[in-house]
Design a protein. Sequence first.
Length: 233
Amino acid sequence: MIAQPICIARKTLLVLFLIPILGYAQDEASETNNEVKIINAYKTEFFDLRGTNAFDVALGTSVINGDFVDPMFEIYSHIGYKRSITPHFGIDIGYHKFNLAFIDIYNEGFMSFDFNLELTVLPHNKFSPFVFAGAGLNASNHFKETANKFQGGAGLEYIVSENIGVKLYTDYNYVLSDTLDGLEAGDSDDTYFRLALGVNFYFGGSKMKSKKLKDQATVIDSNLLNDEYYIKK
């Protein structure tokens, strides 16, 4: 008769001991699931907003810093392609058409072919600053005169709808020639600035997002199988 109450008491103590352990395990599992969901959302949001490729167009103004006084702001246009290597880093190849001029003295058409490395500061947000730098080839109309150059710049981008971003940017161009304005004078080579408003048209994000999610699912399934294996062992 005494053994039965003792047995019941032992079972009660065992249940009371297991309840907090099971509750803690459930909390840990829930927290892990939430972390996985957060990681997934963070890693794929870039592809929803921007994608891995982009064609971009821009229109703005250009101004020279050369050997004459009274430079003019002239027309500038751009078309290019960008490939994202990671959400933060990408390469950009662009064709730029613009004029450089001084009031009543000089006005000449130019083009440049630029290669840049670009850093997107906040790739998972709709609004992000970006910076870029690289090298290129500067050429007057009909390639009458060409010169190598280096350039760098910065801008702001806002995603107005899925895969479409509006950007405002400026760049500084250092040309390895002092005859950009037709006059060789002074101690330094000629430079010019460009300022433009443009649009990025992104594509390729859906395919990369599906691949990322599939890879993550494979890793999670593999971890679960490993855990099951160790439990059986």
